[in-house]
Design a protein around this ligand. Structure first.
Ligand SMILES: Nc1nc2c(c(=O)[nH]1)N=C([C@H](O)[C@H](O)COP(=O)(O)OP(=O)(O)OP(=O)(O)O)CN2
Length: 142
């Protein structure tokens, strides 16, 4: 199977409700998201002109709409966290999630949002989200 991958970067602040450590306080990360897709077409014939599974430019627009515009330069907090700090609800760049904005939950959100936007000719194969240079979560299609 041939897959193609595009890498995205975004800056985001968050806090983790219920975490026993510094990450329960608002802090930021430079995230790196790797998006890998394949075509549902069989591999035994070439991709017709211009020879792409999907133009990287189109993939970029799709992932920007699905994920990057939602999270880039935002403060992402759960409803649980906000119930403890209601004054934060007035912040202009606040984005509210039902779940805690851990790297795992951000990855699950991204998987859902990208899958919903992909045309039926394409399949999401893998997502990798780096929260720091040494910590990432990965989702693999089964
Ligand atoms: N399974 C998870 N564990 C942690 C998450 C997470 O999303 N999923 N998040 C955090 C914090 O957000 C933290 O900022 C990142 O954790 P960590 O990788 O420990 O960051 P460090 O820079 O301190 O890592 P070092 O390897 O010590 O440099 C915590 N845990």
């Amino acid at each position: 199977m041939i897959v193609i991958t595009k890498i995205f970067n975004f800056e985001m602040a968050h806090a983790l409700d219920g975490y026993d450590g510094a990450c329960r306080n608002i802090h930021g990360h430079s995230y790196e998201l790797h998006v890998t897709i394949s075509s549902v077409k069989a591999d035994d014939t070439c991709f017709p002109a211009p020879g792409f599974i999907i133009d990287f430019k189109e993939l970029k627009q799709l992932v920007n709409r699905a994920v990057i515009e939602k999270f880039d330069h935002k403060l992402v907090l759960s409803r649980g966290y906000l119930s403890k700090f209601p004054a934060l609800k007035t912040l202009e760049n606040l984005e509210i999630l039902e779940a805690e904005p851990s790297v795992e939950n951000l990855l699950l959100y991204s998987k859902q949002a990208i899958s919903e936007m992909l045309p039926p000719t394409l399949t999401l194969q893998r997502l990798k989200l780096y929260e720091t240079k040494s910590s990432y979560a990965e989702w693999l299609a089964s």
